[in-house]
Design a protein around this ligand. Structure first.
Ligand code: NAP
Length: 271
């Protein structure tokens, strides 16, 4: 089950459980978290999922649960693994802890939360990917993916991987034509591209007169136009809103169509 929208649970701390439950009740079917306590409260997302399932709001097989393995350099002191263990053992420990937090025996999508280097793949990234492939082989991680990658990195990973990434999750800047190079590679290889910070990374561009004109003409909110654009461009967008009306609005962006001309204007809004 791949949803058409993903709810992002980062930075919600004590509100994580309430907001994740609200997102499920409002109709979001993808939940994104990470075993990185610094930015996410994975166990609280898991509590929300468990209570939604227990109260009959949703079945487990209707939900897409995604979490991540995060290197120590991006963690705080609350590590989900033994820092002295070797990287493959850390992957296994982090994954087991995610299963416990999320109260499930199956992760729909398991992401490497970012590589250890800015260019290419380091040997530790290769070791970690192989460990993730073992989780996939065990049947407990249905699909694998990677976040925060450049084109050269996803190309190299694609060549190296025996289990190919099914997902790329990247911050999506209008000034790179919405990550056009990576998206094009993903489209060619059949990787689903997940875009985040679609609103927050593009504040200036979304104030441009050409964008505002489209918003006025189609009679939608700026957020809906951005999410509508993302969906029509083939992305799987993330929303991390804390507001139920925004959750509804975001989901409604699946139900209107921007013209080819409007899509082109938005694609090039930073040009
Ligand atoms: N892989 C990574 O390294 C990485 C990094 C960052 C984020 N992520 C994932 O992406 C998710 C989303 O993060 P994000 O950076 O896109 O930002 P976000 O947390 O979704 O923030 C969106 C901001 O836009 C505002 N907003 C206003 N109208 C909105 C609307 N209609 N819909 C949605 N937001 C609206 C929200 O305010 P309101 O709350 O008032 O609506 C909020 O302040 C995270 O929770 C996380 O799961 C992944």
């Amino acid at each position: 089950m791949i949803p058409d929208f993903i709810y992002g649970t980062a930075w919600k701390e004590d509100a994580t459980e309430r907001l994740t439950r609200l997102a499920i009740e409002t109709g979001l079917r993808g939940i994104d978290t990470a075993n990185q306590r610094r930015h996410y409260f994975e166990a609280a997302a898991g509590a929300a999922i468990a209570s939604a399932i227990a109260s009959g709001v949703i079945r487990r097989d209707e939900l897409f649960i995604q979490t991540k393995f995060t290197y120590q350099s991006s963690q705080d002191h609350r590590l989900p693994y033994d820092p002295r263990a070797d990287p493959p053992a850390q992957v296994q420990q982090s994954f087991d802890s995610s299963l416990e937090h999320l109260r499930t025996n199956l992760i729909d999508s398991y992401l490497l939360h970012g590589l250890s280097t800015y260019h290419g793949l380091a040997s530790v990234d290769k070791e970690v990917w192989r460990a993730m492939e073992e989780l996939h082989a065990s049947g407990k991680a249905l699909a694998l993916g990677i976040s925060n990658v450049s084109l050269d990195q996803i190309e190299e990973l694609w060549t190296f991987a025996r289990v190919k990434p099914s997902f790329v999750q990247n911050r999506c800047f209008a000034r790179t034509r919405w990550d056009s190079d990576v998206r094009t590679f993903c489209r060619r290889q059949g990787i689903a591209y997940q875009g985040f910070s679609l609103l927050t990374a593009n504040v200036k561009e979304l104030q441009a007169a050409r964008f505002r004109q489209i918003v006025t003409r189609v009679g939608k909110t700026p957020a809906q136009v951005v999410f509508g654009f993302a969906l029509q461009a083939g992305m799987l967008p993330l929303t991390g809103t804390t507001n139920m009306n925004h959750m509804r609005e975001d989901l409604e962006s699946r139900h209107f169509t921007l013209s080819a001309g409007d899509l082109q204007v938005i694609e090039n809004i930073a040009a």
